[in-house]
Write a new protein. Structure first.
Length: 113
């Protein structure tokens, strides 16, 4: 049974940083691509970043240069380091396993002064 559990969300002032984690189980993590998505209030869910099994990464233009996705195959986790946060980054952030369409329950990030 595939499980994705996010953590690390919270409140931060503009310009601050947060690190999200997604602990996984139920599949061979080392061979899986993993992604982060987010959904802001009143908006549709949108792509944030993805990392493949080789460590190759892609980012949404809105977060490029500020966010960094990484993975730890030993602890079967994927991370999202978020720096220079802006108010428009406020959203629920979801961990995603693209193959099979699995989602975590999300973690809320609030950026405000």
């Amino acid at each position: 049974q595939v499980q994705l559990v996010e953590s690390g969300g919270g409140w931060v002032q503009p310009g601050g940083s947060l690190r999200l984690s997604c602990v996984t189980s139920g599949f061979t993590f080392s061979s899986a691509s993993m992604s982060w998505y987010r959904q802001a209030p009143g908006k549709e869910r949108e792509f944030v970043a993805t990392i493949d099994s080789f460590g190759g990464t892609k980012y949404a233009d809105s977060v490029k240069g500020r966010f960094t996705i990484s993975r730890g195959n030993g602890d079967k986790s994927v991370y999202l380091q978020m720096d220079s946060l802006k108010t428009e980054d406020t959203a629920v952030y979801y961990c995603n396993k693209p193959r099979g369409g699995y989602w975590g329950k999300g973690t809320l990030v609030t950026v405000s002064s």
